[in-house]
Design a protein around this ligand. Structure first.
Ligand SMILES: [Zn+2]
Ligand SMILES: [Zn+2]
Length: 869
């Protein structure tokens, strides 16, 4: 297996090939081995300047900081690279829909990565190019606000050149461009730059290469990666080599301005408005040393008190409020980006990390008195380059409000739960994890409550609780069939002759098939396969790789036999109708609920269908009505439904990433289903299913119900076409049956049912009253009998409810009495008065065969194998 260490060693040995550039020689940069083990290039530096290794302090702060805004700096950057042959493109979404294996975009190169049959490929709209790509990274949560340089959302200014050596540029030109920007635009002196040799690799080594990281004054500003290898079973050179330069753009802005913190450069107006008080001298000392905190797994006042050699209390008062405001601003911006791009906080997958951030922001805002809702528009305003944040501000506010309500509810429930657990005086790390993950109790809250009780705890690190960015794959059943490509005819026909390629058990593989294999939530076709002598029913059809497997009721066929395949057309028609209706509901949801309403899963079967939509709340009746109405309008308009083969790149550019509904793996050629006008469609999605050719064929769509299968998802159950008629008929039949049972006309059933229910309620009230009266009578008698006894066992032939009532009446007066009551069914209760010295559950446990439960004052159960009285 490969390792980064091994690669580093190999590349180092061959440094002339992997790291050396002519520019270094021209500048007089020398290659040295650092005390930390890494090799680096510089004019005269003693060490590589990586603060994580050498504690190098930040030393680029200016006495009079400049006031270059984020947008102005982007303009400088963009002009610089455009002048040098680059095209600027717009950012891609932070939700990585084109990469179904990942939740969020974590690097600019991800924009251009497309997985093709398990192998990485690159697709690029221009070459070379720059892109202000917003990336979300949750593994830096503990560092945000403290180290100065870490953020959960940041702009990676991607500088990319593709397809070397056929196009673009490579190492020499990359380093020349970067050096020029660092010295000319950021004004760094050449003696203040070091280039550290390193290796960059995807976690699975599907692509990797050498990289040169540029550091100056304690800050890494840019990393130039030269991706030239790929590893699956062996190391291979990539056919398209890629220059992957990532500029930490907020760092660029920070370095240019020379403020004490990155946040002062990014959110100057918001911070001025917030006006948090802090200890100026302490902050200045801290800001320089903040560079060294990058390796800490958890940072709090204690960490800083050690770093600065000051009292924890001073840190708490003089630093923490300011640093916490940085954290809150960072988290708000991350949520704004995520929500704008259609991601929602939830308790699963990527949404889990978003909720973690949001709750952390609320917790800090409550503690230090920040108004989150006042900050949302300010943060959006200071991120002007991304106007979408302003556009989606209202939607974000709504989601923040709903999430805050949920959070407060959690706190209410949690405080009790947490109190109970802490009462035992200790709390393990695993218990904390459970409290966090299953009960939504934030680490900050656990810490605070433990502190109040003086309990020492060890909190898990954020690394231990965040959700990894890789989407977990569901395990699929693997069938033992050869990997043969089956020609699929289902899009054009429902009948075909075919040759048997493989036959085993009830599985049959043909050279071609008209049967639709289950996929994209659509159930498979059914039908028959036969020839002159033999006949079998098709029960299911699945696709494994590019092989279609037919599952038969019995399998009389041998390899090389010719067969006839006939699909059940009635069933297929229903699947087509349900499938196309799903597209219409999906697009209606996005139009009515908002852009976040992505399709998360579907089922299209013979008699019903459902679609799962990302949404932050239950659907109101009104919303359901609106969605249904709009979908039916599309039906009645008689819109054409076309399937068009398109290049992925063309489809993405024309229709946007909205084509990736559901979680299909996009391939180079996409089958785009276009409903309505091709240039301005009602819906356009990449989809491999079967559809009708005109929406009018759907007839009608009826939403039956909605539910929330889990947090952040709404399921809409519906029927369409023939299935809808079946559904109405069923409803009609049921109504008729009910009216017959009630023996009234259909119009009167409602009133009749109401009357019966009222009668029942009245009767129950009466019974309860009578039971109480009986209990009171009996209690009076017993009270006289027990006198001053402390314990009494009685057998009474009443149900448990009456026994309880009797008991209650008695101990109300006989406060020192412990009373055990048993009936003929061997049900038993024990009830103790306020001053009784007995324990109810302990008393019952003494009876052999007792099964049940309870507490000190009341317990109940049955006596198994107990003799009747
Ligand atoms: Zn070093
Ligand atoms: Zn479809």
């Amino acid at each position: 297996m490969l390792s980064k260490e091994k690669l580093r060693e190999d590349f180092s040995k061959d440094y002339k090939r992997f790291y050396e550039v002519e520019l270094f020689k021209e500048l007089g940069f020398e290659r040295k081995k650092c005390s930390c083990g890494k090799y680096f290039w510089s004019l005269e530096k003693e060490n590589c300047g990586d603060p994580d290794e050498h504690g190098t302090e930040y030393s680029f702060f200016k006495k009079q900081p400049e006031k270059v805004t984020f947008d102005e700096m982007w303009k400088k950057f963009s002009d610089f690279f455009k002048k040098r042959g680059h095209e600027e493109i717009s950012r891609y979404p932070v939700v990585s829909r084109w990469r179904p294996d990942l939740y969020f975009t974590i690097a600019s190169i991800q924009d251009f990565q497309r997985i093709e049959k398990g192998v990485m490929d690159f697709e690029y709209p221009a070459n070379p190019l720059i892109v202000p790509q917003v990336c979300l990274r949750f593994n830096d949560i503990p560092h945000v606000g403290f180290t100065g340089r870490h953020l959960t959302s940041f702009v990676m200014a991607g500088q990319h050149s593709f397809n070397w050596p056929k196009e673009g540029y490579w190492r020499e030109e990359t380093i020349r461009l970067d050096y020029e920007f660092l010295t000319k635009e950021l004004g760094i002196k050449k003696e203040d730059i070091t280039f550290i040799e390193d290796v960059w690799a995807m976690s699975d080594f599907s692509e990797f290469g050498a990289c040169l990281e540029a550091f100056s004054n304690g800050l890494e500003i840019v990393n130039a990666v030269f991706t030239e290898f790929s590893y699956f079973n062996e190391i291979k050179e990539l056919p398209k080599k890629v220059v992957d330069v990532g500029w930490g753009f907020e760092r660029v802005v920070w370095f240019k301005n020379g403020t004490l913190s990155l946040f002062e450069s990014i959110f100057p107006n918001t911070l001025k408005k917030l006006n948090v008080s802090f200890d100026k001298e302490l902050y200045e000392t801290f800001a320089r040393k903040a560079s060294t905190l990058g390796e800490e797994a958890r940072i709090d006042a204690k960490t800083l008190s050690k770093l600065l050699n000051r009292e924890e209390k001073e840190i708490e008062e003089g630093l923490m409020p300011l640093l916490s405001s940085f954290v809150v601003l960072d988290h708000i911006r991350t949520l704004l980006f995520a929500i704008s791009d259609g991601a929602l906080p939830s308790n699963v997958g990527g949404g889990y990390n978003l909720r973690l951030l949001l709750r952390r922001a609320f917790a800090l805002a409550y503690r230090y008195g920040f108004d989150i809702y006042d900050l949302i528009p300010r943060v959006a305003e200071e991120s002007k380059l991304f106007s979408e944040l302003k556009e989606n501000e209202e939607e974000a506010r709504k989601i923040f409000e709903i999430e805050e309500k949920r959070y407060n509810q959690t706190i209410k429930n949690a405080q009790k739960k947490l109190g109970e657990i802490l009462a035992k005086g200790s709390l393990t790390k695993d218990e904390i994890k459970t409290l966090y993950q299953s009960h939504g109790i934030s680490l900050e809250m656990i810490e605070e409550e433990a502190k109040k009780r003086n309990i020492q705890i060890q909190l898990p690190t954020y690394e231990e609780i965040i959700q990894a960015n890789e989407v977990e794959k569901e395990k699929e059943e693997v069938y033992d069939v050869p990997n043969i490509e089956t020609k699929i005819l289902c899009y054009t026909s429902s009948r075909a002759r075919a040759k048997v390629i493989f036959s085993k058990g009830n599985m049959l593989v043909l050279d071609q098939t008209p049967f639709y294999p289950e996929g994209g939530g659509q159930e498979s076709d059914r039908g028959e396969i036969f020839n002159e002598q033999k006949r079998a029913k098709v029960l299911d059809v699945k696709k494994q790789g590019s092989t279609v497997i037919h599952f038969l009721d019995k399998n009389p066929f041998k390899e090389n036999e010719e067969v006839e395949c006939v699909v059940d057309e009635e069933r297929r028609k229903r699947l087509r109708v349900h499938h196309t209706a799903t597209h219409l509901i999906s697009t209606s949801c996005r139009k009515i609920l908002g852009k976040h309403a992505w399709q998360e899963g579907t089922l299209k079967s013979f008699d019903k269908a459902h679609i799962d939509i990302a949404h932050f709340d239950k659907l109101s009746e009104e919303e359901v009505k609106k969605i249904e109405k709009l979908a039916n309008e599309f039906v009645r308009k008689g819109l054409s439904v076309k399937a068009k083969e398109m290049d992925r790149k063309e489809a993405e550019e024309k229709y946007g990433f909205v084509i990736y509904q559901g979680h299909g793996v996009p391939s180079k050629k996409l089958r785009i289903i276009i409903i309505g006008d091709e240039d301005n469609p009602v819906d356009a999605e990449a989809c491999g299913g079967l559809h009708v050719s005109n929406t009018s064929e759907i007839g009608i769509i009826k939403i039956i119900s909605t539910e929330r299968p889990h947090d952040g998802i709404v399921r809409i159950n519906f029927v369409a076409g023939e299935a809808a008629i079946d559904y109405f008929e069923k409803l009609n039949a049921r109504a008729k049956k009910i009216s017959a049972l009630l023996n009234v006309s259909e119009e009167k059933t409602e009133d009749e049912v109401k009357r019966i229910i009222e009668e029942k309620i009245e009767r129950e009230k009466q019974i309860k009253k009578e039971k109480k009266e009986i209990a009171e009578e009996i209690a009076k008698i017993i009270i006289n009998e027990v006198k001053d006894k402390e314990k009494e066992i009685l057998e009474l032939d009443f149900d448990k409810e009456i026994l309880r009532e009797i008991g209650n009446q008695i101990v109300k007066e006989k406060k020192e009495l412990c009373l055990i009551l048993k009936n003929k069914k061997n049900e038993v209760i024990c009830i103790c008065g306020k001053e009784s010295k007995f324990n109810a559950i302990e008393e019952l446990k003494k009876i052999s065969g007792f099964v049940g439960g309870g507490k000190e004052k009341y317990a109940e159960g049955i006596i198994k194998g107990g003799k009747n009285a």
